[in-house]
Design a protein around this ligand. Structure first.
Ligand SMILES: Cc1cc2nc3c(=O)[nH]c(=O)nc-3n(C[C@H](O)[C@H](O)[C@H](O)COP(=O)(O)O)c2cc1C
Length: 358
C-alpha cells in the first residue's frame, strides 16, 4: 500500500500520487452520520493534509473514509517549506503550546508538521477537485480546505483584513464552483507567522472572514478549522462572532511546540511547529467537550469535527462521547493507510449518541 514518502518533497508526493486502493466496498457504519447536514456512511474522515490531490483523495476514499478534505489550497501558487516537512517527536500528551519537545529517530505516533501551507496553482487544483468529485463514490463528501493569502504590501490593518477576507472568499467560491460539497476554512496554521495562520485567536476578524465566505458560497456547508482554545470565554467569543455564519468547527489543528535535536539544538530555525498525532488527543477531546458545552448555551447548532491523535476505534468513541459529530485522522492514516478499515471493522455498534438525543 503506497504511503506518503517522508524523505521526498511535497511536490514529489503530489506528482506521484497512488492509484485508488482496490478494496471491497465498505458497509456503512451503524448510526446516523452527517457532515454539515449531508448524510455520510460513517463518522470517519481524513482532515486537510494527507489528501494532496484527487489521487490521494480517491485512494483514501476506498480505505474506509467518508469525509475527505482536500489539502489546503490558495488563490495563487505557493511553494512548500524545504525538507524535513515531517519530524517524529517523543512526547507525552501536550496540553498547551509553547513547550520544547525532543526529536525522535523513530515514529511514536506524533510528529512536527512543517509545510507552510503550499498550494498548487489554482488552475491545477480547480480541475483536479472536479476529477475527485466526479469519481467519488456515493455516501462520501468532498470538502476543500481553503486559506486566504495576505497581500503584504497592504500595511493598513483594516484594509489588510478586508483583503484577506476577500481572498478567503474567492478561494472558497472557486472550491465550490469546482464541485466541492463544502468548504473548510483554515483559520489555524501554527507554521506560518502571518495573521492568516492565527485567525481563530481573533474572534472579530474570524467573524468577518467567515461572513465574507458565507456571502460568496450561499448555503453551502462551511466549517472553520481552529487550533488550541483553552478557555470557555475564548470559545464563547469565537462562537459569538463566527457562529452565525458557519455550519461547523473542526479541532484541534495541532499544538505548537519547538523541536530540539539530540544535541539540544532547535530545529526549524528555532520557530515553533504544529505537533500532530497522538500527543494532541487529550487536549483536543477536552476542547471538543468544552465547545459542545458552550454550544448548549448558544443559539448555534454546529457540527464539531474531532481531530487530533486518533488511531483506534476507542479514540473515535472518546471524541463522539465528548460531543463530536464526526472525526478525522491524518497522522495515523499516513503511518498505516489501513487504519480506517481496521477502525471501521470495530465500529459495529451505533456510536452516535448525541445525534439520537436531538
Ligand atoms: C502531513 C500533514 C499535512 C497537514 N496539512 C494541513 C493543511 O494543509 N491544512 C490544515 O488545516 N491542516 C493540516 N494538517 C493538520 C491536520 O489536518 C490535523 O489537524 C492534524 O494532523 C491532527 O490530526 P492527527 O493527529 O490525526 O494527525 C496537516 C497534518 C499533516 C500530518
Amino acid at each position: 500500500m503506497q504511503n506518503y514518502d517522508l524523505q521526498r518533497t511535497w511536490r514529489w508526493n503530489l506528482e506521484n500520487s497512488p492509484q485508488p486502493a482496490v478494496v471491497a466496498p465498505q458497509a456503512p457504519v451503524p448510526g446516523n452520520w452527517i457532515w454539515c447536514g449531508l448524510p455520510v456512511n460513517s463518522p470517519l474522515g481524513i482532515p486537510a493534509g494527507p489528501l494532496l490531490n484527487s489521487g490521494w483523495l480517491l485512494h483514501y476514499a476506498n480505505l474506509g473514509f467518508d469525509v475527505l478534505v482536500y489539502k489546503t489550497v490558495r488563490t495563487s501558487q505557493r511553494d512548500c517549506y524545504s525538507l524535513p516537512n515531517l519530524v517524529p517527536v517523543n512526547t507525552d500528551q501536550l496540553l498547551t503550546g509553547g513547550t520544547v519537545v525532543p526529536e525522535s529517530s523513530t515514529m511514536h505516533g506524533s510528529w512536527a508538521v512543517s509545510f507552510g501551507m503550499p498550494s498548487q496553482a489554482p488552475d491545477n487544483w480547480r480541475t483536479d477537485v472536479e476529477v475527485a468529485r466526479n469519481q467519488l463514490p456515493a455516501g462520501k463528501v468532498l470538502v476543500v480546505s481553503v486559506v486566504g493569502t495576505q497581500d503584504e504590501a497592504i500595511t493598513d490593518g483594516h484594509a489588510s483584513m478586508e483583503q484577506l477576507a476577500d481572498d478567503f472568499a474567492r478561494c472558497a467560491q472557486w472550491a465550490m464552483d469546482s464541485g466541492a460539497h463544502g468548504v473548510e476554512a483554515n483559520f489555524s496554521c501554527p507554521n506560518v507567522s502571518t495573521p492568516d495562520g492565527q485567525l481563530f485567536q481573533q474572534p472579530a476578524a474570524a467573524g468577518l472572514v467567515a461572513e465574507r465566505i458565507r456571502d460568496r458560497i450561499g448555503d453551502a456547508p462551511l466549517v472553520l478549522k481552529i487550533g488550541r482554545v483553552a478557555t470557555t470565554q475564548e470559545a464563547a467569543e469565537l462562537l459569538q462572532h463566527a457562529g452565525p455564519h458557519i455550519n461547523g468547527l473542526a479541532m484541534t489543528n495541532s499544538i505548537a511546540a519547538k523541536v530540539a535535536d539530540s544535541a539540544g539544538q532547535l530545529l526549524f530555525g528555532g520557530q515553533a511547529r504544529g505537533i500532530c498525532g497522538d500527543a494532541t488527543r487529550t487536549a483536543s477531546v477536552t476542547q471538543i467537550a468544552m465547545f459542545r458545552q458552550a454550544l448548549s448555551d448558544s443559539p448555534h447548532h454546529l457540527d464539531l469535527v474531532g481531530v487530533g491523535g486518533i488511531s483506534t476505534a476507542e479514540h473515535v468513541q472518546l471524541y463522539l462521547a465528548a460531543g463530536a459529530t464526526s472525526v478525522a485522522l491524518a497522522t495515523a492514516a499516513m503511518v498505516d493507510p489501513n487504519v480506517g478499515l481496521i477502525i471501521r471493522d470495530r465500529l459495529k455498534v451505533d456510536w452516535s449518541p448525541h445525534l439520537k438525543e436531538e
